[in-house]
Design a protein around this ligand. Structure first.
Ligand SMILES: *[C@@H]1O[C@H](CO)[C@@H](O)[C@H](O)[C@H]1NC(C)=O
Length: 241
């Protein structure tokens, strides 16, 4: 990569408060990506397949997955053997509880530059209203931005359920686009990964969790958005170096 001296001095002039050490840290700091969710994040393989996309794009050595969990409970076997298995997926957990009691602490322990989340399925199971779930989404975005004002967010439309409650899922998914648009900012963008459209109940292994075909659908919807965010973030780092 050719970096012209004029662009270096120009960028440095805008970083009056950063010491050389701080600048060096920014250059070596890997981008931190938090996969946040419930069992559809924890005991599934889409995280691994998205990592393959990062590796194919030669970005894997510049990023890390972060979260309090470090596991591969489905024994996923992506092409990339050494994929980062950190995540913040918690089987059975509600968006409402994560927003009210956990997310602040998780983001303090493992700060994130990018958060990608799918949540609400368990809230729907427990009969929580769409209004309450959307309020939890708003609270989560506020927590993410308090932790990092420049956090980039990917919110997934939730995959379908074959066992009952499907009206709760469709109602939630119907609300997400306008909600995301309303909270979208230049500094902290929100984009939507549509994991619902074209996802058939036959892509579920047990009526709730994706089979491998379902994992591939989720990865195909989330991955390109994540790669865009990663490239944007790395581009911004290049400017500031
Ligand atoms: C948020 O803004 C960005 C940048 O303008 C845009 O690409 C994205 O689609 C917007 N998100 C939503 C949910 O409208």
């Amino acid at each position: 990569m050719v970096i012209r001296a004029s662009s270096i001095s120009c960028a440095l002039a805008g970083m009056a408060t950063a010491s050389p050490v701080e600048i060096a840290e920014r250059q070596t700091q890997k981008l931190r990506i938090m996969p946040l969710g419930d069992s559809i994040t924890e005991i599934t393989c889409w995280r691994a397949f998205v990592w393959d996309q990062l590796a194919d794009a030669k970005l894997a050595d510049k990023v890390q997955y972060v979260g309090s969990q470090n596991s591969n409970p489905q024994n996923c076997k992506p092409t990339t053997a050494n994929w980062d298995q950190h995540h913040e997926g918690h089987s059975g957990w509600l968006a409402i509880d994560i927003a009210n009691s956990y997310l602040t602490n998780w983001l303090q322990k493992t700060p994130a530059d990018i958060v990608m989340f799918m949540l609400g399925t368990n809230d729907v199971f427990r009969g929580r209203s769409t209004t309450d779930i959307m309020a939890a989404y708003t609270k989560m975005v506020n927590i993410m931005r308090t932790a990092n004002p420049k956090v980039k967010i990917i919110v997934d439309l939730v995959i379908p359920l074959s066992a009952g409650s499907s009206s709760g899922i469709t109602s939630l998914n119907a609300q997400i686009p306008a909600w995301a648009k309303g909270l979208n900012t230049t500094e902290s963008p929100i984009v939507i990964a549509d994991c619902y459209q074209g996802f058939k109940t036959s892509d579920l292994r047990d009526g709730v969790h994706p089979s491998i075909s379902g994992d591939r659908i989720i990865a195909s919807r989330v991955g390109p958005l994540l790669l865009d965010y990663v490239k944007q973030s790395l581009g911004a780092q290049t400017v500031s170096s």
